[in-house]
Design a protein around this ligand. Structure first.
Ligand code: SAM
Length: 423
């Protein structure tokens, strides 16, 4: 399939949109808009040449979009294009990208033979990808790499990201409307699109954990999505003064392997950190800590849905935790803290905060909305806006004083603060 250049598509778009709009003007119709649609009478279609202009303009816009995204962007836009996603799942499962020479063409027949696949399936799945410039068909029946298909080679985190969406999230999305009918308004992690599509009544995290390969894929996918500098830990560490507590204690709730506590302790030279997580995650943490931090960081097994055992700490930190839980469970998690809190203790949350509609550009807003709905499909969790964050604290206990939200420049994750006012 021949592809034009950016300038050619721009010209094609400009010429065809002008002709299309001229038609509207000549009929006294307003320009098409999101609010009013195109104002055309469905019974009386415009002349065929006008429809052809529209189609040419749409095609030029699509192609400009794809070219400007670049090869990586093209692949990453796949969650919005389930057909490409399906095709990539097929390509990954049978390692097809590895059977196409990097610099030459091969044939569908060769691929089918080398991978032991049905030739008709190979042709059909690959042509879905080719239609989005993932591989190309330089002449009928032959197949060669494009920049995007080359990214499917030897890129394990990208592979995990795409397969995790294809295998864990996408099936959940296809059943989430059914889930809203089966369990209206549910806040339970096992009453979701995931539950229906994966035929389980367990929390998806527990389902995935049972299979080491699936767990590895999930962890790699999460790591891939956090590679972008907007997710860097530095945004938290440089924009919240953990040093203000002097030699005080930070409880890093759900702190995993200490990936947050370690850089905090490195920057703030007096603070002590207690990393809490489930027993299977926290086991062995103390021996894995860097030697120079062993006297200031320690690990502790703790389920954050049960009462907090560390009493009187200065800061309780939740990084990348609460977005994995519905409001009902976030309230429980916050309530589980209260028996341990001293007056003035700070609750520091580092998580996504969706600005009010209209405050972000359309694509940034769209990507947060997609994340939010994916969390719902997965385990009834959610991304929150400022109001929803504030409400969590007031629902948990009126003695939490909500102190506000800051979004450091260039950061995706906001810093959300509350202070305990109880005695
Ligand atoms: C997305 S990770 C965040 C890890 C770390 N805070 C960070 O920012 O990199 C969520 C963590 O919560 C832990 N977790 C999940 N359920 C938990 C529970 N009930 N009690 C304690 N930790 C839990 C997981 O084991 C995991 O380490």
């Amino acid at each position: 399939m021949a592809s034009g250049s950016v300038s050619q598509y721009l010209l094609q778009l400009d010429e065809n949109v002008k002709k299309y709009l001229e038609y509207f003007k000549s009929r006294g119709l307003p320009e098409p808009s999101y609010d009013a649609g195109d104002g055309l009478d469905p019974q009386q279609s415009p002349p065929i040449e006008i429809l052809a202009c529209r189609d040419a303009a749409v095609e030029a816009a699509d192609e400009l979009h794809h070219l400007l995204l670049g090869p990586l962007g093209l692949l990453l836009s796949s969650p919005g294009d389930q057909y490409l996603l399906l095709s990539m799942q097929y390509i990954y499962r049978y390692k097809i990208a590895h059977h196409v020479p990097k610099e030459q063409a091969t044939t569908f027949e060769n691929i089918a033979r080398d991978c032991g696949l049905d030739i008709d399936d190979v042709r059909r799945f690959l042509r879905v990808a080719i239609a989005r410039h993932v591989f190309k068909e330089p002449k009928v029946g032959s197949i060669a790499h494009t920049a995007a298909s080359k990214l499917l080679l030897d890129n394990p985190l990208l592979e995990a990201w795409i397969l995790n969406i294809a295998e864990e999230f996408w099936p959940s999305l296809t059943r989430m409307v059914d889930a809203t009918a089966t369990w209206p308004g549910s806040q339970e992690p096992n009453e979701t699109g995931y539950s229906l599509s994966h035929n389980t009544n367990e929390n998806p995290f527990d389902v995935i954990k049972k299979e080491p390969k699936r767990q590895e894929q999930f962890v790699n996918a999460m790591n891939y999505s956090h590679l972008h500098s907007s997710y860097s830990m530095d945004h938290l560490i440089d924009n919240f003064n953990f040093g203000s507590i002097g030699a005080g204690t930070i409880v890093d709730v759900g702190g995993s392997h200490g990936q947050v506590s370690i850089p905090i302790a490195r920057k703030y030279l007096q603070v002590k950190c207690i990393v809490q997580d489930l027993p299977s995650t926290i086991v062995g943490l103390d021996s894995r800590l860097p030697e120079d931090l062993k006297d200031r960081i320690s690990g502790m097994a703790h389920d954050f849905l049960t009462p907090q055992p560390v009493k009187g700490a200065d800061i309780y930190l939740f990084r990348w935790i609460l977005h994995d839980w519905s409001d009902k469970y976030c309230v429980k998690i916050l309530q589980a803290l209260t028996p341990a809190l001293k007056k003035g203790a700070m609750i520091v949350i580092n998580d996504i905060c969706i600005p009010q509609p209209g405050q972000l550009g359309i694509s940034a807003d769209r990507s947060l909305r997609l994340m939010d709905i994916s969390m719902k499909a997965f385990n009834n969790a959610r991304e929150r806006d400022p109001e929803t964050w504030a409400t969590l604290f007031s629902k948990a206990d009126p003695r939490f004083q909500f102190k506000g939200i800051t979004l450091p420049p260039e950061a995706r994750m906001a810093i959300i603060l509350a202070e305990w006012q109880g005695e």
